[in-house]
Design a binder for this molecule. Structure first.
Ligand SMILES: Cc1cc2nc3c(=O)[nH]c(=O)nc-3n(C[C@H](O)[C@H](O)[C@H](O)COP(=O)(O)OP(=O)(O)OC[C@H]3O[C@@H](n4cnc5c(N)ncnc54)[C@H](O)[C@@H]3O)c2cc1C
Length: 407
């Protein structure tokens, strides 16, 4: 059996794994990546990356490739009453940021575009095995723990033993690496209401600011979300018992169902893009020995705030600051120490943001009335206070760490 000793093994090439691979170009590490699936990612999932992540993508020389792949800018979001009156306008383009905008790129294109950069960079010591799953995993029995070996069979039938100096587990909500290493789950919650995503026709959206419109109503909130190419999608939490009704619905049924939540949406012609059960899974630790979890592998979150991909890439940017130099990667004690330092520096603040996201998820599980009573006055208060509005928008943009503490 052939044996390989990469500096870094990345398990999974979804959004976290693909962007990490592209971000590791030019840093001098040898990298092997495994991706279990031969299919493209689901296009209906998250496609908006916030200003902080855009800054990271620019630093990693990925942003231009995203624009070349069709990414568009989104300059803000509006919270609206069911009739369409603005409660809060959360603009980004007037914030003092290097990239004061979100980018919008279909979920599958984010991963394929990033992965292409890694695969085609001839100066990058990088190999992608696909479709190949990390399944046969050996964990170190010394104090450091973590992955010491992954045995794979390539699509050509070649058996390979991968003995990585470090492993980044980006293998999603059912992470095999997480399971093999025995990471405990600290927070588990299955949200009551599944999420449904509807697509509108391409080329219909005529908004030069490409903004999200979120309507808050007694029957639950509903968001009209721009996609690339002048398309838009609708995302809403529905009652479990209504899934059948939504599945068998006609275009006219959906117009009626949307009009119940927000009048202006009742004219839209939609098709059903997907149904998603929503869960919270957060691990107690992120690092064990020379293995670190990233993305949904360590925090699967409610899409209430569109943060899942964004959390993964923001954490990756921090992780890179802690990596030992390539020539130091053979020192497993040092690698382990750096991963533990990364966890200590980044996890507590992220945990607070994850808790806040969970609160939003719980609100979406509640009735529309509860949510309106809790959120509309809070949003109106933000809209009327310039300092609160600035803090809110900087937080949404991913820059809460750059705000002065409240006096
Ligand atoms: C409806 C919906 C809307 C969302 N909207 C947003 C949004 O607007 N913004 C946002 O930031 N987030 C959003 N999210 C969340 C976002 O989609 C996820 O947080 C993100 O995709 C997670 O990326 P990941 O790479 O960690 O995991 P995944 O995307 O799940 O990728 C894991 C990859 O690992 C592979 N894999 C699994 N097991 C193995 C194995 N054993 N070996 C090798 N490979 C393996 C899988 O095939 C997969 O490709 C949304 C989620 C949903 C459901």
């Amino acid at each position: 059996m052939k044996t390989l000793h990469p500096d870094i093994l990345i398990s999974g090439a979804g959004i976290a794994g693909a962007t990490v691979a592209a971000g590791l170009r030019g840093r001098g590490y040898s990298v092997i990546q495994l991706e279990a699936s031969g299919q493209q990612l689901d296009s209906a999932r998250g496609d908006h990356l916030g200003p902080r992540v855009v800054e990271t993508l620019a630093n990693w020389n990925i942003l231009d490739a995203f624009f070349a792949a069709g990414a568009e800018k989104r300059l803000g979001a509006k919270w609206l009453t069911p009739e369409g009156d603005v409660i809060l306008h959360s603009s980004m383009d007037d914030l003092p940021l290097p990239h004061p905008y979100y980018i919008v790129l279909n979920h599958d294109l984010i991963a394929t575009t990033a992965l292409d950069l890694a695969v085609t960079d001839s100066a990058f010591d990088y190999t992608l095995f696909r479709p190949v799953a990390a399944r046969d995993i050996t964990i170190g029995d010394n104090a450091l723990g973590g992955v010491t070996e992954v045995n794979i069979k390539t699509p050509d039938g070649e058996a390979i033993s991968i003995q990585p100096r470090m492993t980044i587990a980006c293998d999603g909500r059912s992470s095999k690496i997480r399971e093999a290493c025995g990471f405990d789950i600290a927070h588990a919650y299955d949200y009551e209401k599944p999420f449904v995503v509807l697509f509108g026709p391409r080329g219909e959206l005529q908004d030069p600011r490409n903004e999200i419109n979120s309507y808050m109503s007694m029957s639950g909130s509903v968001g009209r979300i721009p996609r690339m190419g002048g398309q838009w999608k609708i995302g809403l939490a529905i009652n479990k018992e209504d899934i059948g009704r939504w599945k068998s619905s006609t275009v006219d049924d959906r117009k009626r169902l949307l009009a119940e939540r927000a009048g202006p949406l009742g004219v839209l012609e939609t098709e059903v893009a997907g149904f998603y059960p929503v869960i919270r899974r957060e691990t107690a630790r992120w690092a064990k020995g020379t293995t670190v979890l990233l993305g949904d592998a360590c925090h699967t979150v409610h899409p209430a705030r569109g943060q899942g991909m964004n959390f993964g890439i923001r954490c990756a940017a921090k992780l890179f600051e802690f990596l030992p130099d390539p020539k130091e990667m053979t020192d497993s004690a040092l690698v382990s120490q750096r991963l533990s330092d990364y966890e200590a520096a980044v996890k507590p603040r992220t945990d607070m943001q994850l808790s806040d996201n969970h609160e939003r998820g719980l609100h979406m599980d509640g009735t529309g009335l509860e949510r309106m009573q809790a959120e509309i006055p809070a949003l109106r208060a933000i809209a009327q206070d310039p300092d609160a509005s600035f803090r809110y928008r900087m937080t949404m943009a991913g820059y809460s760490d750059r705000l002065e503490p409240k006096s």
